[in-house]
Design a protein around this ligand. Structure first.
Ligand SMILES: *Cc1c(COP(=O)(O)O)cnc(C)c1O
Length: 355
């Protein structure tokens, strides 16, 4: 018995279409980290028929994995590449991010750099990678003068669009604004998912980079939330059921016990599958639409839940259980994290079913 992730591809492309309609900008679907755990190859393959201009991944190896699967899409590597990866990336015709003078130095040592497709990254406030705005112009001129490749893109990244940080975020957007209308550069982009929903009216860039939103999740409350459809569910089935004869400890460490008469179901999913161990003693899953509480510690391969009175007559071995659904962000907040982390930690032991 395996747990599985159900992925609704129709809803995924529906969400992308909704984002394009809302923003009047084209999307660069972000399929890094195995498409946030949902399967980058299958998703790239499906989206290919929709003819998007560009897809984004984090590093060279993610781009290569997709290419070697036979899915031929145009890919931007958003992270920094070391010299070897940079050379390989250029050879494979991937679009690369140039974000520092060290990157430029590496580019210069690669002899076959004629075809390099460059996106310049500017740090407007994220503090991660990127030229300072004051350096960017110099870098662009240097690349042009020395024929180091074609500058097909320019971009920046918002650090706090999902927080109450209007002023800071608008300042980031303003710093980038001198590039947003530059039609000599094909791809101009700054908005991530929260940025898309909150600031699409504040920038004239022609592309946006949705990650989590295309997968149906918003990390903050927004009236626009409803324009997205859910894309995935992490599911499992009950493999064991028992009615307690007396008060009984459940799971490792005797951290919790069930009472006489409680119905306890065992699920074949644990933290090695990606069900976060911090959901021990109180995490919520759904059976037949009813919330059920995790009792005791989440184990590596199994987890126990309490079946509520209201559904006890309808539950049997094989009954399906929803572990993470469209409310994953609420669950994530309870243990101090975000949906992205829970999604990207769903292990390969969990089967991906693309529908
Ligand atoms: C991950 C990432 C994104 C997508 O972010 P979401 O908030 O999931 O939309 C966009 N741009 C960059 C540079 C990223 O690293």
């Amino acid at each position: 018995m395996r747990s599985w992730l159900e992925i609704n591809l129709n809803n995924l492309s529906y969400n992308l279409a909704q984002i394009e309609k809302l923003t009047n900008k084209k999307v660069i679907p972000v399929i890094k980290a195995n498409a946030y755990g949902l399967g980058s190859i299958q998703i790239a393959q499906y989206l290919k028929s929709k003819d998007y201009d560009l897809y984004a991944v984090a590093n060279f190896h993610e781009a290569l994995e997709i290419k070697e699967s036979g899915v031929n899409i145009k890919t931007l590597i958003m992270g920094n590449n070391d010299k070897d990866d940079l050379q390989q990336a250029i050879k494979n015709n991937f679009s690369i991010t140039i974000s520092s003078w060290d990157d430029i130095k590496n580019l210069e040592t690669i002899t076959s750099n004629i075809n390099s497709l460059i996106h310049i990254k500017i740090d407007t406030g994220m503090g991660r990678i990127g030229f300072l705005p004051s350096e960017a112009e110099k870098a662009i001129q240097y690349i042009k003068t020395n024929n180091l490749g074609e500058i097909e893109g320019i971009y920046s990244h918002l650090s706090s669009a999902d927080e109450n940080e209007d002023e800071f975020t608008l300042n980031q957007i303003t710093q980038f604004s001198k590039y947003e209308n530059n039609e000599n550069i094909k791809f101009r982009h700054i908005l991530n998912s929260p940025g898309i929903f909150k600031y699409y009216k504040n920038t004239n860039t022609n592309y946006v980079r949705p990650g989590i939103a295309m997968y149906g999740i918003l990390l903050f409350d927004s009236p626009l939330k409803n324009i997205l459809k859910p894309v995935f569910k992490l599911k499992t089935k009950i493999i064991y059921l028992k009615k307690l004869q007396k008060e009984t400890f459940i799971s490792y460490g005797k951290t919790e016990s069930g009472q006489k008469g409680d119905i306890i179901a065992t699920l074949p999913i644990g933290y090695a599958d990606g069900l976060d161990r911090r959901f021990s003693n109180g995490g919520i899953v759904k059976v037949l639409g009813q919330e059920c509480k995790i009792i005791g510690r989440v184990c590596m391969d199994m987890t126990m839940i309490v079946i509520p009175e209201s559904i006890k007559d309808r539950v049997e071995i094989g009954t399906e259980v929803d572990i993470y659904d469209e409310e994953i962000q609420t669950a994530a907040e309870k243990i101090g994290t975000i949906a992205d982390e829970l999604m990207t930690r769903i292990n390969k032991r969990v089967q991906r079913r693309h529908i």
